[in-house]
Design a protein around this ligand. Structure first.
Ligand code: ARG
Length: 566
């Protein structure tokens, strides 16, 4: 599509020698009020160069600018130049772009030939997959989609928490009190029970801790029994996690978790020794980070075992070697900020200049209305339950409102899951929030179902009206305010795809979805589509189709389905 803003900047440049195109682009705004114009250019910065008052500059420029085919009208207002673009051209450009690019409308090729690693979800095995994991899982998936839409080749990695002393504890607990058959029936709750029991008993019997450390060491040394029990724990956990990923429609390219790096650790420690950054501290090996105002990074314990941070360093090095990433992104909660700062600093100290390409994309915490989540105290809300309840509730609503719908099961899943996803993606990711059943299951206002409904409504308009002639659209018919508003929202998608990547912020996309739906609903209420005038009808149907396709692409980026009927 023609880049209207860039074209405008080029036109302005002809009259403003002292600014670069980039500087001009930077200044161009969208006026707060539609009556003021489509674009505005503030002249305040030019006052010095032109040695004139901004309003005088705006006056002069408005008379001298060559409008070309792009600009319909220029109005100076105070220190601003307001531009009205040629609507017919706008409509034509936007519709042609949507219809020619189809499911790729809004996408670009900025990232062509570059690899981006996006790590997200990464739950700890043997622990519940709870509402606290929803953020990394959902936001991470969308960031992965966004990079793809910007032309990057992405590698979605689930860095499973499948290693560490806690597995020594679990092995001890299974051997003492566990029954593999019972565990298999109901893996996560049973393993959680055992884990809790371990801690209770260990309080009076501290030797259990040594036993656990010993079992973990055995695991690190590939002891057969330790390995088999651990594999069992991992397999049953993954079966549970996959249920949630299937419901969410999320796929990973790699499940290389922490254990994957166990045999890669010695080389990392050797490299650190070579680079002379390790220090002894009471028998353990650390990297001193005092100079950078951070606590030391504990790399290797006295007994030779490695830590979470060591595995992260090994993983980053492995990813660079394997994927030669352009960016290596971690979608992980803000509680781990220090951890990421520490290991990224260590990688930098090891002399890897790509440390700067590693990015911690943080997000705020989820709390429960009753207080903080606590796995050990059993204060958790299972993600699978949240999704299933949302699906159930959707089914109840559809059964009342649209009982004859053919595929109620499928649509309930698409809408129920969509509701949960949308709520998760609607706010700035850094904000903390309190999970509430009521809010999650409310489908009123700016929600996923509201947006999906606008899509279904557009589908039904198109189904009822029959086909239209895409090769013969009279663009002048799309000229009233309601129609132009839809065109302008559609036009924003490519820009939003880029912006949401630059900021790693999915909410720009979810907000656009709502804006699109609102613009369409307004148009739908106040304008007839199936009109006598065939020219007008044809153009309006084209507009509805372009809206529908764009909204679908927008929802796809969010990992949300767009059912045709609901
Ligand atoms: N498994 C960790 C947890 O549940 C999250 C892992 C984050 N990713 C990483 N590379 N450290 O807290």
């Amino acid at each position: 599509m023609r880049d209207f803003k860039l074209d405008l900047a080029n036109i302005l440049k002809e009259n403003i020698e002292d600014m670069t195109i980039e500087e001009i682009l930077e200044l161009i705004e969208i006026p707060p009020n539609k009556d003021m114009g489509d674009y505005a250019f503030p002249c305040f910065k030019l006052a010095k160069v032109f040695r004139k008052a901004p309003n005088m500059i705006a006056q002069d420029l408005s008379q001298n600018i060559d409008k070309k085919d792009l600009i319909k009208e220029i109005k100076p207002l105070g220190g601003y130049l307001n531009f009205f673009v040629n609507k017919e051209l706008l409509v034509k450009e936007v519709l042609n772009d949507v219809f020619s690019k189809k499911e790729k409308y809004g996408h670009n090729t900025i990232g062509e030939g570059k690899n981006v690693v996006v790590e997200f979800s990464s739950p700890n095995i043997a622990k519940p997959f709870h509402i606290g994991h929803i953020r990394t899982t959902v936001i991470g998936n969308v960031i992965n989609n966004i990079y793809k839409a910007n032309g990057f080749n992405t590698i979605a990695i689930n860095h499973l928490g499948d290693y560490g002393t806690q597995f020594g504890k679990l092995i001890v607990a299974i051997k003492r009190w566990g029954d593999l058959d019972v565990i298999k029936q109901n893996p996560i709750p049973e393993l959680l029970k055992l884990y809790i029991k371990f801690h209770e008993v260990a309080e009076n019997e501290p030797s259990l801790e040594d036993e656990a450390r010993n079992w973990f060491l055995k695991l690190e040394q590939n002891d057969k029994e330790a390995y088999e029990l651990w594999s069992y724990i991992k397999d049953v956990s993954l079966l549970e996690f996959n249920k949630v990923y299937d419901l969410l429609g999320i796929k990973f390219d790699s499940f290389a978790g922490e254990s994957f790096y166990s045999d890669k650790m010695p080389a990392v420690i050797d490299e650190m020794n070579e680079k002379n950054i390790l220090k002894d501290s009471q028998g353990a090996r650390i990297v001193d980070l005092e100079e950078f105002n951070m606590p030391p990074a504990l790399i290797q314990k006295k007994d030779g075992s490695t830590l979470y941070i060591t595995r992260d360093i090994a993983a980053a090095i492995y990813r660079k070697q394997t994927y030669d990433f352009y960016k290596n992104i971690y979608v992980v909660g803000s509680q781990q900020k220090l951890h990421f700062e520490q290991w990224m600093k260590v990688v930098e100290l090891m002399g890897h200049d790509w440390a700067k390409d590693c990015l911690h994309v943080q997000f705020g915490m989820v709390a429960l209305e009753e207080g903080t989540l606590s796995t050990r105290k059993g204060k958790v809300v299972f993600l699978e339950d949240v999704l299933n309840k949302a699906i159930e509730k959707t089914k109840e609503i559809i059964n009342v409102k649209n009982p004859n719908l053919e595929n109620i099961e499928e649509v309930s899943k698409q809408v129920g899951v969509g509701a949960v996803l949308f709520q998760e993606l609607y706010n700035n990711r850094i904000k903390d929030y309190v999970f509430s059943w009521e809010k999650t299951l409310s489908f009123e206002g700016e929600t996923g179902p509201y947006v999906q409904y606008a899509h279904a409504r557009a589908c039904s308009v198109l189904e009822k009206a029959g086909d239209f002639d895409a090769s013969n659209i009279d663009y002048t018919c799309i000229s009233n305010e309601d129609s132009i508003n839809i065109i302008k929202e559609i036009q924003r998608l490519p820009e939003i795809v880029e912006l949401s990547m630059k900021k790693c912020e999915p909410h720009h996309i979810s907000r656009l979805a709502v804006d699109l739906a609102k613009a369409f609903n307004k148009f739908y209420h106040d304008n007839h589509i199936n009109v006598e005038d065939q020219n007008l009808k044809n153009a309006r149907l084209a507009l509805v189709k372009a809206f529908k396709d764009t909204l679908k692409n927008t929802l796809n980026l969010l990992g949300i389905e767009a059912p045709q009927k609901m």
